[in-house]
Design a protein around this ligand. Structure first.
Ligand code: ARG
Length: 467
């Protein structure tokens, strides 16, 4: 905004505080989207080339004009790519910026490009193409994150760690099993991405303003040229639909939620109190005042990015809520939300992939922690059921007494002498010590999907075949 207070159209006394140039300038500022939709330049030009080619094929414009248009558009593409393009806010958006430049480059033929088309279907096309590419990128990035987890899971299929519920030690699990839990989550995120690509794989161009067009266009031809499965079926829906963007944001929000849980675990695990993992220098920072510190900044920022992504989802849902059909200018506010969320999601996945790949796992610390907190109490109860024939409820009670005794003696279950255990229940034999170790505990949990190393390896094989 110009700072020229001598402007004759100077700002309104009542409400024009920061608008030195008066209402026209305010209109321009609120209306223009070029500041952010210039990101769509490549999609816009691709779409226009496909449209012009179809118009010529259908005899709606001449081949000569089409050639000029295509040549001009390619020139504009390289101008923008090389930073030699001057975007103008007066021209509002990317569509009009490109078209105005085309007119300068090729003259009157440029005016034929917008035949049988409106900015409403044009923006729907550009944005869909952009979101589709972003989803494809997300799919690849999730695949790399899953691969990083599969490698760590394989390496640690037998490494024992405490499994938690309520963040209290529950039962021993393997670190490989814990890693595979994230593979399941990111695998679901990836299949949501694939479904979203399928949903949006319809070409909007040719819906025109909202009603279609009287020109003999071929929407199947443009759909094919632009890599869509088919054209959309209803022109009103086509220009008023932003589900594809909301779906992207929902997927991003769910993936972000998964990433933030992982981030939180990494923050906890990397504290000196836990000491389960050590982040590489590449993904942590020092403190400017406390020399001993190594902070998990990247994990913390991943945790925070989730907040931004959620905000974008709620923003776009709210923008779209209650809009009458078909296009309304409100919908111009869709792009910044999606661009910002996409950037956050990409960064979060990339940072997590790096952290997971690089972190050092302290298996000794994990194993020691796995054995504390009476984590094999369930194994003792199960042994009493299996070997002494007790009903599980009674076994649970006996085990509770053993835990209380160990607690009062300040030792672990496996450290209680046999005489103590037999005083609690006479049928306990020294065989019980076989199940009280954390290794025995995890090895016994062979149920489908369980934490036994053999099961974890089965899970890894399942995902390897699908990654
Ligand atoms: N910049 C606009 C947007 O992003 C393009 C569509 C404008 N259409 C219109 N009828 N004014 O939504």
């Amino acid at each position: 905004m110009a700072d020229d207070t001598t402007d004759t159209k100077s700002s309104n006394q009542m409400w024009g505080g920061r608008f030195a140039s008066g209402p026209d300038a305010i209109m321009e500022e609120i209306n223009a989207s070029i500041g952010f939709d210039k990101k769509l330049f490549a999609q816009d030009i691709r779409g226009s080339i496909a449209h012009a080619t179809m118009l010529a094929h259908q005899g709606i414009i001449s081949t000569d004009d089409k050639d000029k248009i295509v040549h001009g558009l390619n020139t504009i593409l390289s101008e923008i790519e090389s930073g030699n393009f001057e975007f103008s806010r007066q021209l509002e958006d990317i569509h009009m910026n490109v078209e105005a430049r085309l007119a300068t480059l090729i003259g009157p033929a440029a005016g034929r490009l917008h035949t049988a088309r409106s900015r409403n279907d044009q923006v729907a096309l550009d944005f869909r193409l952009w979101v589709k590419e972003e989803l494809q990128k997300t799919e690849q990035m999730l695949t790399r994150l899953i691969a990083a987890f599969l490698d760590r899971a394989e390496e640690h299929a037998e490494s024992v760690m405490p499994g938690f519920t309520h963040l209290q030690t529950a039962q021993p699990v393997t670190f490989g099993h814990h890693c595979m839990a994230y593979v399941e989550m990111f695998g679901r995120d990836r299949s949501r991405v694939r479904h979203a690509i399928e949903h949006l794989d319809e070409s909007p161009i040719g819906a025109a303003a909202l009603a279609g067009t009287g020109y003999p266009i071929d929407r199947h031809m443009t759909a094919k040229a632009l890599g869509f499965r088919e054209p959309t079926r209803n022109s009103i829906d086509t220009v008023s639909d932003r589900d594809f963007a909301i779906e992207f944001l929902s997927i991003a929000a769910i993936a972000g939620m998964h990433l933030s849980r992982l981030a939180e675990e990494i923050v906890i695990w990397s504290t000196p109190q836990f000491g389960f993992v050590r982040l590489s220098d590449a993904f942590s920072t020092g403190s400017s005042i406390m020399p001993q510190k190594k902070n998990p900044d990247a994990a913390e920022l991943v945790r925070a990015k989730t907040g931004r992504i959620n905000g974008s989802l709620v923003a776009l849902l709210t923008i779209m809520k209650g809009l009458p059909l078909a296009y309304s200018k409100d919908m111009q506010e869709d792009k910044e939300q999606v661009f910002d969320a996409a950037e956050s999601l990409e960064l979060a996945i990339a940072a997590m992939t790096g952290m997971v790949r690089d972190m050092t796992v302290n298996t000794a610390r994990m194993k020691a922690a796995a054995g504390s907190g009476y984590s094999t109490a369930t194994d003792l109860a199960d042994w009493l059921v299996r070997e002494a024939g007790l009903p599980f409820r009674d076994a649970h009670h006996v085990t509770g007494r053993a835990v209380a005794l160990a607690e009062s003696k300040g030792c672990d279950l496996a450290e209680l002498p046999l005489s103590d255990l037999q005083a609690i229940h006479p049928d306990i034999t020294d065989k019980v010590y076989d199940v009280l170790t954390v290794e025995a505990s995890v090895a016994s949990r062979k149920s489908f999907g369980g934490t036994a190393p053999s099961e974890v390896r089965r899970q890894i094989a399942f995902w390897r075949a699908r990654n």
